[in-house]
Design a protein around this ligand. Structure first.
Ligand SMILES: *Cc1c(COP(=O)(O)O)cnc(C)c1O
Length: 298
């Protein structure tokens, strides 16, 4: 969140930004509770719909923020298409690439100007460190401004945390490829189960933006998926409680599989369906993971 904040702090009072309507929940709060008071104006739109984005552009728009796949609905935004639109209006494109990781998606190659990662997740990979990073396409005035904010305001990781993250990155490709394989296999298994209403995963052919995801996620569709249970909130929570290998916890991207009822975490204002469970696949054996779901869905 400190890395994300530094990008927004590089803007100035009166600037306008466009964000996805299902953007990472804390960024939504950050805009409403902090940056609005600093005079940044913002629009939340369906980022999968380029025309909707184009309709909210103003002469003050300076930044379009993309998260693809999104959290927790796994919506896909067309990074290349949005970059073209933005650049035609001298607007910056920033992509939160935490979920796909650099193993699967490279937004700078697709036209983005800024990429942000929560290194707490896949880059660290072991759920034992907090951090974030910002990658810019060009060195120059913007990079300098952001770096100055990071250093002068002091929200930077400790040397030990940097060491943990660097060590995590050494196995990033192995972990992400395994997590992606597990997610795809579990998604394929879950879709056929009568207690599952819908599986939200861009690797499924019936995902509304499967084609765009396939074009921009070159190494696979990632280790995150959400599913909607055929049932109410109580039934959904009871299934989460029955899982034994999937630990109920927030965060994601570690070697162990996690499950989370996002609505409980996000609170009353959240638009997340009450019957949604979000999964972060770990590197366990896929048969053990499927067996866990078999017994939980009985
Ligand atoms: C977790 C997360 C963040 C925030 O990261 P922290 O390291 O918890 O501050 C931002 N964006 C996405 C997509 C995330 O999953």
């Amino acid at each position: 969140m400190a890395a994300i904040s530094a990008v927004f702090q590089s803007l100035k009072t009166g600037d306008h930004v466009i964000l996805p309507d299902d953007v990472y929940f804390n960024l939504n709060l950050l805009m409403k509770e902090v940056f609005s008071r600093w005079g940044l104006s913002y629009s939340f739109v369906n980022m999968s719909d380029i025309e909707a984005v184009s309709n909210v552009l103003t002469q003050h728009t300076r930044l379009i923020w993309i998260e693809s796949p999104s959290n927790p609905l796994l919506k896909i935004s067309d990074i290349q298409g949005l970059s073209k639109l933005a650049h035609a209006h001298q607007i910056l494109i920033a992509v939160d690439n935490t979920w796909p990781t650099p193993v699967l998606q490279n937004p700078l190659d697709l036209g983005a100007d800024i990429v942000v990662h929560s290194t707490t997740k896949y880059l660290g990979g072991h759920s034992d460190v907090l951090g974030g990073c910002i990658i810019l396409k060009e060195s120059g005035a913007l990079a300098h401004r952001i770096q100055s904010i990071q250093v002068q305001m002091g929200a930077i990781p400790s040397p030990f945390d940097c060491w943990l993250i660097s060590r995590g990155i050494q196995t990033l490709h192995l972990r992400v490829n395994k997590q992606t394989e597990n997610a795809q296999k579990l998604a394929d298994w879950l879709v056929q189960h009568p207690k599952v209403q819908q599986v939200l995963y861009p690797g499924l052919k019936d995902h509304p933006n499967h084609e765009i995801a396939a074009q921009q996620m070159l190494g696979g569709f990632g280790g995150m998926l959400s599913l909607l249970i055929n049932g109410d909130e109580v039934q959904t929570l009871s299934i989460a409680n029955k899982l034994r290998l999937f630990t109920q916890a927030t965060s994601l991207g570690g070697v162990e599989s996690l499950v989370e009822h996002r609505k409980s975490v996000e609170g009353a204002e959240s638009q997340t369906p009450i019957n949604l469970l979000r999964l972060s696949l770990g590197i366990e054996h896929i048969e053990d993971l499927i067996d866990d779901w078999k017994q939980a869905l009985i």
